[in-house]
Design a protein around this ligand. Structure first.
Ligand SMILES: C[S@@+](CC[C@H](N)C(=O)[O-])C[C@H]1O[C@@H](n2cnc3c(N)ncnc32)[C@H](O)[C@@H]1O
Length: 256
């Protein structure tokens, strides 16, 4: 599987309350009767999927993630449910065996995927015509301050040679560019907009290690990972604020 990075699902589950709060706002945009089949694309440790399950007493959740650690954490959180299917899969190669979902929810995930048209095309292939997509991911300008601090530290010895030539892991898009990709992938009624959502984490070192800088530290030997994260945190003004700018996405699967 070619997902961009690995995750620590246990740590993510423990610290991700601010991501859950953002995710619940996206969930509120889904129009649900309670009997639909809904795909959670990039479900992580399943905290948003758990809330989605409560909205679907007669429906079903298909929760997909590319990280084995996240799927394990989701299984630990959600247990066995007759109306839940946890799927370990890359969204770029999603195959639900002909299931046509009534809606797709995705939170904090699309910016980890390099090819949006390809991924959105796979999601469209798993949706019935008229199905709703409600999503949110990092958008243009997302975590600029963190990115700048990480770039400064990445130029320092002994980290520099691990980052030579690396362009970074994120795909933060402008609304108009994401809207073009959605139309190209078979969606209409497309609306995309940027929303600032700054977060002050309780434990900035764990937040950066687990969520923001996971791809960075994967490039480093074990003994340099914590020093890198701490150096980035130390460069940020107190209280450390993660300057999230989210891209809210609403669209409908168009007739093919
Ligand atoms: C920040 S977490 C978000 C989890 C959850 N949706 C939330 O809002 O808390 C991003 C998730 O996207 C998943 N992800 C990233 N790229 C993926 C891909 N190509 N296929 C499947 N999952 C992917 C990661 O494994 C990770 O669990």
């Amino acid at each position: 599987m070619a997902v961009t990075r690995d995750w620590d699902g246990g740590s993510y589950d423990r610290i991700s309350a601010p991501m859950l709060a953002m995710g619940l706002d996206v969930l509120d945009r889904l129009h649900l009767r309670g009997d639909e089949v809904v795909l959670d694309a990039g479900c992580g440790s399943g905290r948003v999927a758990e809330a989605l399950l409560h909205r679907l007493p007669r429906g079903r959740v298909i929760a997909v993630d590319g990280s084995a650690s996240m799927i394990d954490a989701a299984r630990a959180r959600l247990g066995m449910h007759s109306n839940l299917e946890l799927v370990h899969a890359d969204l770029m190669h999603l195959d639900l065996g002909g299931v046509e979902c009534d809606a797709v929810l995705s939170t904090a995930t699309f910016h980890w995927v390099p090819d949006h048209v390809g991924m959105l095309g796979c999601l469209r292939g798993a949706m019935r015509t008229g199905a709703q997509l409600a999503a949110q991911c990092g958008g243009f300008g997302n975590i600029d301050a963190v990115h700048r601090a990480a770039a400064v530290v990445a130029l320092r010895t002994p980290f520099a040679h691990s980052f030579a030539g690396w362009v970074g892991p994120w795909n933060f898009r402008r609304p108009e560019d994401m809207a073009d990709d959605l139309r190209a992938a078979g969606f209409d009624d497309v609306r995309c907009r940027l929303v600032p959502r700054p977060v002050v984490p309780d434990d900035p070192v764990e937040w950066f290690r687990t969520i923001v800088l996971g791809s960075h530290i994967e490039r480093l030997p074990d003994d340099l990972r914590d020093p890198f994260v701490r150096a980035v945190v130390d460069l940020m003004p107190a209280p450390v604020t993660v300057d999230y700018v989210r891209l809210d996405i609403d669209a409908v699967a168009a007739a093919t």
